[in-house]
Design a protein. Structure first.
Length: 90
């Protein structure tokens, strides 16, 4: 749905420590801002990779999205929780 809506999708990883990496499922470009998207099928309350990315690149972040199986929610600091079927509206 994201590509059908005309988005170019990017995947990003960065080092957490010597043995682990953080991964952000999708990055979208919106002007001079980056919109990270994390996709969760379960366990949506923890999103360490998305949080670390938002902290590391805070000055470059637009809205942040978490796609999941529940209803729409607005989280803290521009984090939007969207049900999967709303992904085409990003």
């Amino acid at each position: 749905m994201l590509t059908v809506s005309g988005n170019k999708l990017f995947y990003y990883t960065f080092e957490k420590d010597e043995k682990h990496v953080y991964e952000v499922d999708f990055l979208l470009s919106r002007g001079n801002k980056i919109c990270p998207i994390e996709v969760k099928s379960s366990g949506y309350k923890t999103h360490a990779s998305l949080d670390a990315f938002r902290t590391k690149y805070s000055e470059r972040i637009g809205n942040s999205y978490l796609l999941y199986t529940k209803d729409f929610q607005k989280g803290d600091n521009e984090l939007l929780y969207l049900p999967f079927y709303m992904s085409g509206m990003i």
